[in-house]
Write a protein that binds this ligand. Structure first.
Ligand code: ADP
Ligand code: MG
Length: 477
């Protein structure tokens, strides 16, 4: 080899890593949004909130801003035994909760919902739920008792009362025939009646966002936002009645109501197109609900792993990862779990222990430390974008409410287990809120159970006192 050529080759090899970095950078750059983009997104979000709240604008709004019938945070006097159901994505649970002032105890059991039921008929779904309630009551020796039940049903619903919720559309992988447009409490009661062997009445149906808010508010009176970052994403907050054009209930004190934003649907009219990437479009295209829940698909646990997988596959196909050689696993839709993102980003040194473990699970045969570094980089870009996008929604709510101190109750495995989600959100929300505004993000423990029990306790107390006053006044009316 000529000397000159050797020199050129050495120089080339030296810049090659930089050149490769640049190629990688080119393919993942769309995940990086500018500060102005996030600011613009917050303004869009605020506009969508107001559109959803307005009586005239709501019918065409994508972010539906459903008024719940929950008007106030708990006062701590709630007590008794309650059953709760938590249905809304990855796990279905039945819970038994005892409330006694600040003391809360609970037992719960997770029941599997088989795939064929998730996409079967409504009757099959509710028969299955009723069967799980029966099993749970039988195991806890409760079959002879009459226990009020609260239902945490975390899909978009138009509520027409505390225990009436009409499902508007399935999301998050569910699609049971004959439920959209129906009252899910009625369907539950019918299934219970079909069995005839349990005495359970559902007094309240809530969303998991409301559950998170209520359960945190039980110990923190400043709590005014409930946020979910799990299978899907959504948030609720406390709004003044005067701002709720849709409100058809009474105007008694407290003149406020919790609004279930259903913000996952932001972007369904194309308003997020300017930040969507080709990876987001792929995820949407292959989902069970294309064109729907666009904001949710850019943020939540059901989709994040798949976004990362698509980006890694793209890099591999360009020869920028794993020497261009992938695996059947890496090429399989849904096979890169969102928990991998947390695991990979939890590697703090150059040994890349978790990252290599994930590569092994994906049956990748050949990988270098550089591959580990790139995979970690891709994960961090996707999760940072998700955390910042969720922050946009929280900041929009904080600015809208304009309170001095607000605690945000957060539930969901993505927030709970990702190593940086909390810190990233605090950073971005701080940048976006009005100066001087104070907020806290607080992990909500078991909101879907405890929250449902609290709301059910209040409903039960009201019902008992109504019965009493009927008893006292006679039944002449
Ligand atoms: P749900 O929202 O259905 O109530 P979870 O709050 O448990 O349930 O969220 C489930 C979602 O969280 C799944 O999409 C899953 O991919 C994701 N998830 C589970 N474990 C982790 C983890 N360690 N890091 C990030 N996401 C996770
Ligand atoms: Mg949940």
């Amino acid at each position: 080899m000529g000397r000159e050529f050797q020199t050129v080759l050495a120089a080339l090899l030296k810049i090659l890593p930089d050149y490769e970095d640049m190629l990688v950078e080119n393919l993942v750059r769309p995940f990086i949004l500018k500060d102005e983009d996030y600011k613009r997104l917050m303004d869009i979000m605020l506009g969508e909130f107001n559109k959803g709240l307005g009586k005239e604008t709501n019918p065409t709004a994508k972010v539906k801003m459903y008024p719940t019938y929950v008007r106030d945070v708990p006062d701590g006097s709630e007590n008794g035994n309650f059953l709760a159901l938590d249905l809304g994505g990855t796990n279905f649970r039945v819970l038994l909760i005892n409330l006694n002032g600040q003391e809360v105890t609970m037992e719960s059991k997770i029941y599997l919902i088989p795939q064929h039921i998730m996409t079967g008929t409504g009757e099959q779904l509710f028969d299955h739920i009723a069967e799980c309630i029966h099993k749970f009551m039988s195991n806890h020796d409760l079959l002879k008792e009459k226990i009020p039940l609260g239902f945490t049903f975390s899909f978009p619903c138009k509520q027409i009362g505390l225990n009436h919720a009409i499902l508007t559309q399935w999301t998050k992988g569910f699609k049971c025939e004959g439920v959209e447009g129906e009252d899910v409490v009625r369907l539950l009661h019918e299934a219970i009646k079909r069995r005839g062997d349990i005495d359970v009445e559902c007094l309240a149906v809530i969303n998991d966002t409301v559950g998170a808010l209520m359960s945190c508010a039980h110990s923190d009176r400043d709590c005014a936002i409930g946020l979910i970052l799990g299978t899907g994403t959504n948030a609720c907050y406390i709004e003044k009645l005067e701002n709720v054009g849709l409100w058809d209930g009474d105007y008694n004190e407290p003149k406020q109501v919790m609004i279930n934003t259903e913000w996952g649907a932001l972007g369904d009219d194309g308003c997020l197109d300017f930040v969507k990437t080709e990876y987001d479009r792929q995820v949407d295209k292959h989902s069970i609900n294309p064109g729907r829940q666009i904001y949710e698909k850019m943020i939540s646990g059901m989709y994040m792993g798949e976004i990362v997988r698509l980006a890694l596959e793209k890099l591999r196909k360009h020869g920028l990862l794993f020497g261009g050689k992938g695996s059947e696993e890496l090429s399989t839709r849904g096979r890169f779990y969102t928990k991998y993102v947390s695991e990979i980003e939890s590697d703090v040194d150059d040994h890349f222990k978790n990252t290599k473990q994930v590569f092994e699970e994906l049956a990748l045969e050949k990988y270098s430390d550089e591959d580990c570094r790139i995979a970690q980089y891709v994960c961090s870009l996707v999760s940072t974008r998700a955390a910042f996008l969720a922050s946009v929604g929280v900041a929009a709510l904080l600015n809208k409410m304009d309170r001095q101190d607000v605690t945000v109750a957060v539930d969901g495995s993505l927030y709970r287990f990702h190593p940086h989600f909390h810190d990233l959100m605090v950073e971005k929300i701080q940048q976006l809120v009005k100066p001087g505004m104070k907020f806290k993000l607080m992990l909500s423990h078991d909101g879907s159970g405890k929250g449902a029990a609290i709301v059910t306790a209040v409903a039960n107390r009201l019902r008992e006192s109504e019965k009493e006053s009927i008893g006292e006044n006679g039944l002449e009316n």
